[in-house]
Design a protein around this ligand. Structure first.
Ligand code: KG4
Ligand code: ZN
Length: 428
């Protein structure tokens, strides 16, 4: 029970007593309020893409209050994110969302220790809404401002809920990103691999749209990746062969555009074969989804294996058991999680995945990253007016070239199935 809960409980009990307790009650009430205000509290604001989020967390990772407005359904109708629409929706919702988070936390801006806001990477128009709001609030209430890197926040979120010590390996897989990095400290990240084109979530979203999965009852509101995962459960992942990608490049970068392209060609062929028109869906949809999801997962884990071998060779993660964090929207996918778990088992890593609510974009992860920086006394801005937003920004120092120069060949990569498709498993 926290100090806050105990005091609230005592305070509530006292309130029910007779007048003779009144003065004691007043003293406790004063103590309770003072105690709450002395705890470090950070407000986090997220607006980098299509979610407007805000949350207040304390130093032990308790979420005092949070609120989120997702534009997901609106953009689903447009077939993708339209930046000016995203911006307008952030403008409309940012104040209600921040106010709601504060109200749920039972605090006012003056109780905050600092205000943290995502400033990179992301859609500049969307980021700008958060930055202007956060800095205005910081100035008005005379609070320190902490600019946040969205991907670093994703990487550190797990530390709110699990004991994951530095250094650890992180694998971030979302609709906008796919990266592998070593996290050495709150402000020290080393990039081992990055997306070269489409992120996995983006490829899954586009293929789901091309398959018209939204026309299926029960799939209307699912994200593309969620829809493919649900359908894949009904199919055979070895039924349709996708190419093994990037077999000749000995780095940890990712490319999903080729797989997406091949997927679109196969859908076209299937539609012709079965005479599919308008809103109809190919009858082989379940097998197709299972096979595509398998191809996406296989590419991800091949790159992951190389990263783990490289980290071992460089002594980046000396502690045992070594920690591996998988996060981002695509990390909600059970098949992909399981694939990553298999690699972790092989290389003696313990796998940590934040709960789905913390895997996707939200204000909580921004507040927590702000809190980690606040505790470490790092990254607190000195000149609030100098902060700008950035569309692209690496999570940290790039070691991509060094990985490639190390020329690691996977001799015996993890096979996701024991199996029928052994011939498909070439080394990369
Ligand atoms: O991290 P996130 O909420 O937003 C950013 O992209 O930053 O991730 C959203 C992505 C979408 O592309 C969505 O299709 C994907 O995560 N996603 C999934 C699943 N749930 C969401 N992908 C695969 N399987 C899922 N169950
Ligand atoms: Zn994100």
């Amino acid at each position: 029970m926290t100090c806050r809960c105990i005091l609230r409980c005592v305070h509530d009990n006292i309130q029910r007593k007779t007048n003779k307790w009144n003065s004691l009650h007043t003293q406790f009430r004063y103590f309770h309020v003072t105690c709450q205000k002395k705890r470090p509290l950070v407000l986090g604001i997220e607006s980098s893409c299509d979610d407007t989020g805000a949350a207040i967390v304390d130093e032990s990772g308790h979420i005092l209050g949070d609120a989120l407005y997702s534009q997901h359904l609106i953009h689903l109708n447009h077939g993708g994110i339209i930046p000016p629409i995203a911006k307008d929706l952030h403008i409309k919702y940012i104040n209600p969302i921040v106010s709601q988070a504060l109200e749920r936390a039972g605090v006012t801006p003056k109780d905050l220790s600092a205000i943290a806001t995502t400033v990179k990477p992301g859609l500049p128009m969307s980021l700008m809404v958060g930055l202007l709001y956060g800095t205005k609030m910081a100035k008005e209430h005379n609070k320190p401002f902490i600019p946040i890197h969205h991907m670093q926040a994703h990487a550190l979120t797990v530390r709110m809920v699990e004991k994951v010590n530095f250094p650890f390996m992180v694998f971030l897989v979302s609709g906008g990103h796919c990266l592998l990095a070593v996290v050495k400290d709150v402000d020290e990240f080393y990039l081992l691999g990055n997306e070269l084109d489409d992120a996995p979530g983006e490829a899954l979203d586009k293929v789901a749209r091309r398959l018209k999965l939204r026309n299926i009852p029960g799939y209307e509101t699912l994200s593309g990746g969620g829809a493919i995962e649900k359908m894949a459960k009904l199919g055979d992942h070895l039924s349709i062969r996708f190419p093994v990608v990037m077999t000749q490049t000995l780095n940890c970068n990712f490319s999903f555009a080729g797989l997406k392209q091949r997927a679109q060609e196969i859908i076209q062929e299937e539609e012709q074969k079965y005479g599919i028109v308008a809103d109809e869906i190919i009858p082989t949809v379940a097998n197709f989804c299972a096979s595509f999801q398998y191809a996406v997962a296989r590419h991800m884990i091949r790159r992951l294996e190389r990263a783990l071998i490289y980290a071992e060779a460089k002594g980046f993660i000396p502690e045992r058991p070594k920690s591996m964090v998988l996060s981002g929207g695509v990390a909600c996918n059970e098949f992909i999680r399981d694939a990553v778990r298999q690699v972790c088992n092989k290389y003696d890593y313990e796998l940590f995945c934040p709960p789905p609510k913390l895997c996707t974009d939200n204000g909580i992860m921004i507040a927590w990253n702000g809190m980690e920086k606040w505790i470490a006394g790092k990254g607190i801005t000195k000149d609030i007016d100098s902060i700008t937003v950035e569309n692209k920004s690496l999570i940290g120092k790039s070691l991509i070239e060094d990985v490639e120069n190390t020329r690691i060949r996977l001799r015996n990569p993890v096979k996701l199935v024991q199996n029928k498709d052994a011939s498909q498993e070439t080394t990369s």
